[in-house]
Design a protein around this ligand. Structure first.
Ligand SMILES: Cc1cc2nc3c(=O)[nH]c(=O)nc-3n(C[C@H](O)[C@H](O)[C@H](O)COP(=O)(O)O)c2cc1C
Length: 135
């Protein structure tokens, strides 16, 4: 069963932009290995993440994320099954964005998301754009 979890959180003040860049590289590699798709955006010391994939894997990763001391104030927004079947026409790569200006990456992610998760597309599109201050 495919599943989606999405949340926002705040980075601890100790974490540097170098640490964030390293964390993002690790996350992209880990998630791609597990066929987890979605996005992690870092903006103004806040994280916004969407994790989509096999239910047990998404839950397993989120359990680790919840316990991670590099962030706090985790507020979950989506925690539900995705009923639409996946159309694997695209390259299922996890997207990471760590500045406000990478609109191209965000657009590519949203294009894939429209096919991949049409049930939640409107809220995901709205939230990601707000988070990156594009609207
Ligand atoms: C904001 C945030 C998002 C994270 N997202 C992921 C993720 O999507 N996938 C992942 O494997 N680890 C993610 N991590 C890192 C995990 O919390 C954990 O450190 C990492 O999976 C290694 O865990 P392990 O040493 O138990 O294997 C994230 C950490 C933070 C602070």
């Amino acid at each position: 069963m495919r599943y989606v979890i999405s949340y926002v959180s705040t980075a601890t003040s100790k974490i540097s932009s170098y640490d964030i860049a390293q964390l993002m590289d690790l996350i992209k590699t880990n998630n791609n290995k597990l066929n987890i798709i979605g996005i992690l955006i870092y903006s103004d010391r806040n994280f916004f993440q969407i994790l989509e994939g096999e239910k047990h894997l998404v839950k397993m990763i989120f359990n680790k994320i919840k316990k991670d001391a590099r962030h706090y104030n985790i507020i979950k927004m989506l925690d539900k099954e995705i009923k639409t079947p996946t159309l694997r026409k695209y390259n299922p790569s996890f997207t990471v964005i760590s500045d406000h200006y990478n609109q191209k990456e965000l657009q590519q992610f949203l294009n894939k998301e429209k096919t991949n998760n049409p049930e939640h597309f409107d809220s995901i599109s709205y939230l990601t754009k707000k988070f990156m201050k594009l609207t």
